[in-house]
Design a protein around this ligand. Structure first.
Ligand code: ZN
Length: 203
């Protein structure tokens, strides 16, 4: 199976026909798609002005989309490397046992689905590297009250998403599934609607 870099070379290859270059760009999303495959494709199509099924797309646009994807991937991989190094040091020093954040990292290792969007047409508008920077900053900062991507306060717990086995807190503003580790216990409780003590029924 071709890796991200060799697929990226195919996208940039002026000797290849456009349909193949477009196909290779889509294949890149099997290696790295921060919003999940379909939502990331939708984002790239909209941002760079080609249709999702456009087999005659301007190669310049395909390459610009690849540039954006690649830059976002570099942001994420740099963070993962840092994270892995920190965990190695901690493990070596016997400082901590793996927790929920480690489990999350294991599932999205490589950055695929790191900010999953359940609805392929609903995702952040900003360039992908910007979104990844914000997410990385939140992961480094520790738990907060709002969406790490758009800072929106409207977060709702979704027990069932289209792409099982994914579930959890989803931002109602930008559409991303938020890693639980970047939300405080209070914010998480609020998403589940149990922040306030339940009132006895008056009926
Ligand atoms: Zn958001």
């Amino acid at each position: 199976m071709a890796g991200f870099r060799s697929l990226a070379r195919q996208v940039r290859d002026p000797g290849s026909d456009t349909a193949l270059r477009r196909y290779s760009l889509r294949k890149c999303l099997e290696r790295f798609a921060p919003y999940g495959h379909r939502a990331t494709w939708d984002h790239l199509c909209r941002s760079h002005g080609f249709g999702p099924e456009d087999r005659e797309a301007d190669p310049g646009r395909l390459v610009a989309a690849l540039d954006e994807l690649e830059e976002a991937r570099a942001v994420w991989l740099a963070y993962e490397e840092e994270f892995a190094e920190r965990r190695r040091r901690e493990k070596h020093g016997g400082l901590r046992r793996p927790g929920a954040l480690d489990e999350w990292h294991r599932r999205i290792w490589g950055g695929n689905g790191v900010a999953r969007c359940d609805d392929p047409a609903r995702h952040p508008q900003e360039p992908l590297p910007e979104v990844l920077e914000r997410l990385v900053a939140a992961l480094k900062r520790g738990p907060g009250e709002h969406c790490p991507v758009c800072a929106g306060p409207r977060i709702e717990w979704r027990a069932e998403l289209r792409d099982e086995p994914w579930f959890g807190p989803v931002c109602e503003d930008c559409g991303v599934l938020i890693p639980r580790a970047v939300l405080t216990p209070r914010a998480l409780a609020r998403t589940r609607g149990d922040a306030q003590p339940r009132l006895a029924s008056v009926a």
